[in-house]
Design a protein around this ligand. Structure first.
Ligand code: ATP
Ligand code: MG
Length: 410
């Protein structure tokens, strides 16, 4: 039986990187006062149709949607913002003093699998509610940047754009449609469809011809209203004041309809077409659109698989104490119970093999110490401890040994 296309096992060999990613992300986000939220992976389909937008690629063709046994249409979440907003409204979090949240978890999109593009992938994301102040736009970028720095991911650039609001975007959208209409025959099939429903998305098409045509398209910056312009300029000032370098990319649009005013991406050239590692922006109308009181919002989502592929390799897995149980398994387990108080890794070997082959295996596992226990040791109340670094062995009184080891790691 094979795993589904676009789905992947994350194996024990690779888990240290994932754990480091999650640890550093949590530490960074918590240190800025963001609180973790865990929302369900399955939601009503209407949440995404309304939240992400009917005319987006995600809703039009990428969702895992099915009827549950009660006949309700449900969808595996393709992104984290809609669910967080729903939870914010459902649980009256406007009354909870903390308005900055983060999540880490799997997302599902029925896409064509490629390097850096999966059907089940993971995101780390943040959302901030109820703060219009353009300072928070800069905070969101800053926090993202600090997280990436702490992950030791370099060679990144930050692109930003002003994407307007429901006041000014429709006019731009109309002008864009006119422009692309005159190049209709050269556009890819996806963009022909986007032309009717969502011409902004053509700006973001990865097809070469579409991208060339988009180069000369009208620019949104010439259409945005004063309020959007003012907000955006303040964000730029804030970023500059914080010493964060960025480039303006008037063609930067996001794949989700809910964004307003400020959007950004953090991009690497090291992953080819799948180079966006983080993407985000402001979504001032989404809470209201999903039935809440008018509340502004802003956030980002980072793709974990892409971050992982940019992170330094971890050292191989290892263990501190490999307990070679010759024939006294319960005695061995008792010693493991004692050693576990060190907080270090303790591995009891139950497979009955020769001592020589156990030592070989301990070496493969990068064990630091091998604790040899058999009937003889049990009767004498001792263990034989082998230091794998210099292959020396010593017999030690068992309780004293455990006490010393616990003290060593304290
Ligand atoms: P793209 O243009 O690459 O399709 P998107 O606009 O669909 O990206 P978002 O929905 O904003 O991306 O998701 C934020 C981040 O999540 C992306 O920048 C990327 O790092 C990651 N991501 C999105 N879709 C996938 C996927 N199918 N597989 C792996 N990572 C993904
Ligand atoms: Mg996409």
């Amino acid at each position: 039986m094979e795993v589904l296309r676009g789905f992947k096992d994350i194996l024990p060999q690779d888990i240290k990187k994932w754990q480091r990613l999650e640890r550093i992300a949590r530490q960074t986000l918590e240190s800025f006062g963001y609180k973790e939220i865990r929302t369900p992976i399955l939601e009503k389909t209407a949440l995404f149709a309304r939240g992400v937008g009917e005319a987006t690629d995600i809703v039009e063709k990428e969702m895992y949607t099915f009827l549950d046994k009660g006949g309700e249409s449900v969808t595996l979440r393709p992104e984290g913002t809609a669910g967080t907003v729903r939870a914010f409204i459902d649980n009256h979090l406007e009354n909870y003093p903390f308005k900055k949240y983060y999540y880490i978890g799997p997302m599902f999109r029925y896409e064509r699998p490629q390097k850096g593009r999966l059907r089940q992938f993971h995101q780390i994301g943040i959302e901030v509610f109820g703060i219009d102040n353009p300072a928070v736009d800069a905070e969101v970028v800053l926090v993202d940047k600090i997280m990436l720095d702490r992950l030791n991911i370099s060679d990144l650039r930050i692109e930003i754009n002003n994407i307007g609001c429901p006041e000014c975007r429709p006019e731009y959208s109309r002008r864009l449609k006119e422009y692309f209409q005159s190049h209709r025959d050269s556009l890819c099939d996806d963009c022909k469809r986007r032309l009717q429903r969502n011409p902004l998305r053509i700006l973001d098409c990865k097809n070469k011809t579409c991208s060339q045509i988009a180069n000369d398209a009208p620019k949104i910056t010439d259409f945005v209203c004063d309020s959007c312009k003012d907000h955006y300029n303040k964000v730029k000032d804030n970023l500059s004041a914080l010493g964060i370098e960025f480039e303006e990319n008037p063609r930067l649009v996001r794949g989700l309809d809910y964004y307003t005013k400020f959007v950004f991406e953090i991009i690497t050239d090291r992953l080819g077409a799948q180079g966006t590692v983080s993407a985000g922006g402001r979504y001032d109308n989404l809470v209201e659109q999903l039935g809440g009181k008018p509340t502004s919002g802003i956030g980002f989502a980072s793709g974990c698989e892409r971050l992982i592929s940019l992170m330094d390799e971890e050292e191989a897995q290892s263990i501190d104490y490999y307990i070679a149980s010759l024939d006294e398994d319960i005695y061995a387990m008792d010693i493991a119970r004692g050693l576990s108080l060190t907080g270090r890794g303790v591995y009891v070997e139950y497979e009955k093999r020769s001592l020589k082959s156990m030592l070989k295996k301990a070496d493969k596992m990068n064990a630091r110490f091998v604790v040899i226990v058999g009937e003889n040791e049990k009767n004498k109340g001792v263990v034989v401890v082998r230091d794998m670094a210099d292959s020396t062995q010593e017999e030690k009184q068992v309780n004293k040994f455990i006490e010393d080891e616990v003290a060593r790691w304290r």
